[in-house]
Design a protein around this ligand. Structure first.
Ligand code: ASP
Ligand code: MG
Length: 475
């Protein structure tokens, strides 16, 4: 039977109606003879609120922290009551929710007493979102005739102890999946677990980092060698660009792993970049689907994308970046200089997005962050340093730009009215990236989209939707 890991994001479980839709989607998969393993996020916005409660408690605002927790408790209780009518199941579910929120309140009171929030406790507090959402979803599934079993993800997804961004231990995860999930699967049961949350080998709660539920889905897909991984969100799939910026945006029907990873790295928020890796390793296709529009075929991410008639698949944008310029005549004819520069970024644990070098200067881009002054101070030991914020990175992704003549000329011609601050183009890259001022980003995307997506290849892009849009009355 074909195994499908189905991951539902926060908006797909945000309220009783969304959870009921999700149950119908899963029931549909079961009815068509597939074996699902389900991963869910916390209900929409819950992780943010949990982290806010922890921060408030650690600043001594005990009342504020407990008030957030009490609102969350009510939201989860109400959701549970609306979904589960069977008296015994409902009582057990409410009891579970109350127990979890009682223990969360204890943690918050502790934080308010010691006034310190460590990464480890932050993960513990954040974990409650997925712990309760997954339990509610499992009960809602059961009530709707799905043979669901709630599984605590922390028994399966085992990581190292880097709290807040723990690294999964693939071998252990595979072993745990074989021991704890396989038996359920072979009985035809549907395991339901929380994404994002995990534990280290000592059983202490960790998390995979914000947005990490997709990663859980991919890890499970890899460990169980699933046939497909489905990422259910609230958009129709990967689009050629942000439809809020450019209403002409088209759904991309099929894209390669490499292209999707590039886009994710450069800020397209549909899926977590690391999602790609466990799936790629085992060659498992990932489908991005819309739980509000389940009839839409979404975007299929596969190892080798079919040839596309147009050069680009998508335009991704990442805002809130800074450019750092390091200029030193010392760099002329020497070696080891770049490694010294990167060592400083490494020391501050600051990832670098884009790099461009000349004989005497290196320009780098990073997320604008509070570490920049410290990084600049360290760099100034080596060279003259300048940095500037409010920049945006535009990343044009497409495998078919490799070896095409005149591509750069076409791209920059399309935005000739915009000031380009920095360019990077690697030898075998599947993206063309450049930095502009943040305020020019939307206009640049619209100009590029108009230039490159005028005659979209119907094998790759959903051109029907554009026809529909053109026919739809304008509102
Ligand atoms: N709930 C977590 C977050 O908001 C993980 C996820 O939804 O992917 O970051
Ligand atoms: Mg997400």
């Amino acid at each position: 039977m074909s195994l499908v890991v189905m991951k539902f994001g926060g908006t797909s479980v945000e309220d009783p109606a969304a959870i009921a839709r999700t149950a119908a989607i899963v029931a549909g998969r079961v009815a068509s003879g597939r074996q699902p393993v389900v991963v869910v996020s916390a209900m929409a916005k819950v992780t943010d609120q949990l982290l806010r409660s922890a921060a408030a408690a650690a600043q001594g605002d005990r009342t504020g922290a407990l008030a957030i927790s009490s609102r969350l408790r009510a939201r989860h209780r109400d959701t549970a009551c609306a979904l589960v009518k069977n008296a015994a199941d409902s009582a057990a579910l409410i009891d579970f929710i109350d127990q979890k929120f009682d223990s969360l309140d204890e943690v918050l009171r502790g934080l308010a007493a010691i006034l310190e929030l460590t990464p480890r406790i932050s993960d513990l507090v954040a974990s409650y979102g997925e712990r309760v959402s997954s339990r509610i979803v499992a009960a809602a599934f059961k009530e709707r005739g799905i043979d669901a079993v709630h599984v605590d993800a922390r028994d399966i997804i085992i990581t190292d102890s880097q709290f807040q961004k723990a690294i999964p231990l693939d071998g252990v995860i595979e072993k745990r999946s074989a021991e704890k999930l396989r038996p359920l699967i072979s009985q035809g049961k549907v395991p339901v677990m929380g994404g994002f949350i995990a534990s280290n080998e000592a059983g202490i709660t960790t998390t995979l980092g914000r947005g990490g539920s997709d990663f859980t889905g991919a890890l499970l897909g890899g460990a169980l060698t699933a046939d497909t991984i489905e990422i259910w969100t609230d958009v129709d799939g990967i689009m050629t660009c942000d439809p809020r910026v450019c209403p002409d945006a088209l759904r991309v029907k099929v894209i390669s792993f490499e292209e999707a990873a590039e886009m994710a790295y450069f800020g397209a928020k549909v899926l977590h970049p690391a999602t790609i890796l466990p799936a790629v390793k085992k060659n498992i296709p990932v489908l991005v689907l819309n739980s509000r529009n389940p009839g839409c075929e979404g975007t299929r991410i596969i190892s080798l994308a079919p040839h596309c008639k147009s050069p680009f698949k998508s335009i991704a944008v990442k805002k809130k970046l800074s450019i750092i310029d390091v200029v030193a005549s010392r760099m002329l004819m020497t070696h080891g200089y770049l490694s010294e520069i990167f060592a400083i970024f490494d020391k501050h644990k600051c990832p670098v997005d884009m790099v461009s070098t000349s004989e005497v200067s290196v320009s780098l881009t990073v997320d604008s962050n509070e570490k920049l002054p410290a990084i600049a101070a360290d760099l100034s030991q080596l060279a003259d340093v300048k940095y500037e914020g409010k920049k945006a990175l535009i990343c044009m992704v497409g495998e078919d730009i490799r070896g095409q003549n005149g591509m750069a000329a076409q791209v920059f011609a399309a935005i000739r009215h915009i000031n380009v601050r920095m360019i990077s183009q690697g030898a075998s890259e599947i993206n063309m990236s450049f930095m502009i001022e943040e305020e020019d980003a939307d206009e640049a995307v619209r100009s590029l989209h108009a230039a490159f997506f005028q005659n979209p290849d119907p094998a790759i892009f959903d051109v029907e939707a554009r026809k529909g849009q053109l026919l739809a009355p304008s509102s």
